[in-house]
Ligand binder design. Structure first.
Ligand code: ZN
Length: 248
């Protein structure tokens, strides 16, 4: 049974005395007959500035006579609280992460938050492209909050949008020619786990990867089809990342 979503059954390190934060540290894990150890140097932590936008979804049905079409916005409450999951899941200090609301995203999105082999991937062509266009516009017009360009941008999408995924990231590793590694998007009701998952894919230019799903769907969908790591994992390939559920 998967324990990936249970923080009490994963390895988490919260505090290390400051006088130990030099030199190297060796982690060793022994599970059954399998062992693995890794020695890593301490390096300065990175500051991370994340901006988020509310992506308005406009349902396709015509509005009642005399009224204007209504955009549906994501839950501001969920969006505000979701950053706590990222801070608890990643080795970042709470004070090193800045998470700010970025206004000015006004473009209504009208297509489902979805990807399928039949209908293409409006989650990519509408949502990620919309976020990348927005990134360029804010940079060009100098409209980033407090005049500071964020490291990453996350688009919250209301649950009212039809969907078949929880989130999607513009991860460079998925297509180095096309991707920029700056933006990701997710449905509000999928919450902070999806935020952490998607931003994990683009935390740096390399980005965190999934455990290898079984071919032919490897890495094409975060949930993986069939779900779960490939049978040879991790004996033949080592990936640094264990995926959360329901992301993309
Ligand atoms: Zn993923």
């Amino acid at each position: 049974m998967s324990q990936r979503g249970d923080l009490n059954k994963t390895l988490n390190f919260y505090t290390i005395p400051s006088n130990l934060l030099t030199g190297t540290v060796t982690f060793a894990a022994h599970i059954g007959n399998a062992t693995r150890s890794e020695t890593l140097p301490f390096v300065p932590g990175k500051k991370l500035r994340i901006a988020w936008v509310a992506m308005p979804y406009r349902p396709p049905q015509p509005p009642p006579p005399g009224s204007n079409p209504t955009d549906i916005l994501p839950s501001q409450d969920i969006a505000n609280k979701a950053i706590a999951d990222l801070i608890s899941l990643y080795p970042v200090a709470a004070g090193d992460v800045t998470y700010v609301f970025q206004p000015e995203f006004k473009q209504s999105i009208r297509l489902p938050f979805a990807c399928s082999s039949n209908d293409g991937c409006p989650a990519d062509t509408q949502y990620l492209r919309g976020l990348n266009d927005f990134w360029n516009r804010m940079s060009r017009e100098g409209k980033w909050v407090n005049g500071v360009r964020p490291d990453r941008l996350y688009g919250w999408v209301p649950e009212a949008a039809p969907r078949n995924i929880c989130g999607i990231a513009d991860a460079i590793w998925s297509n180095p020619q096309k991707r920029k590694g700056r933006v990701a998007a997710g449905i509000d009701s999928c919450g902070g786990e999806t935020l952490a998952h998607e931003l994990g894919h683009i935390l740096d230019d390399k980005g965190l990867r999934h455990t290898p799903n079984r071919p032919p769907e490897e890495d094409s969908r975060c949930a993986g089809v069939p779900e779960g790591p490939a049978g040879d994992y991790p004996s033949t390939r080592v990936y640094p990342w264990v995926p959360l559920e329901n992301g993309a």
